[in-house]
Unconditional design. Structure first.
Length: 117
């Protein structure tokens, strides 16, 4: 199991930006598919963005053109750049990593993002 630690959440005004980071404990992190998910109050967890180990990226329709997922395998870190934030982006954001052979999912503890004026 990979240990994942998110950071970078906070309070931001509508139209603002935040960058989330997710640091992984696994030294061979490059083989994992990674992703960001979120859970808004009263709602189920939903996919935000994913990136396979070969760089194939998928975004939720609600964030396309505003959010960018990236990874730095040398630093064992995944990022989520969030621009043009909206109040409906308010949620707890979770980092996810999936082992390519076992399909085991590891999750971080989550970081709160609040978009409000």
């Amino acid at each position: 199991q990979v240990q994942l630690v998110e950071s970078g959440g906070g309070l931001v005004q509508p139209g603002g930006s935040l960058r989330l980071s997710c640091a992984a404990s696994e030294k061979v992190f490059s083989i994992y598919s990674v992703g960001w998910y979120r859970r808004a109050p009263g709602k189920q967890r939903e996919l935000v963005a994913t990136m396979s180990h070969v760089g194939i990226i998928n975004y939720a329709d609600s964030v396309k053109g505003r959010f960018t997922i990236s990874r730095d395998n040398a630093k064992n870190t995944v990022y989520l750049q969030m621009n043009s934030l909206k109040p409906e982006d308010t949620a707890v954001y979770y980092c996810n990593a999936v082992h390519p052979l076992t399909n085991f999912h590891s999750w971080g503890q989550g970081t709160q993002v609040t978009v409000s004026s």
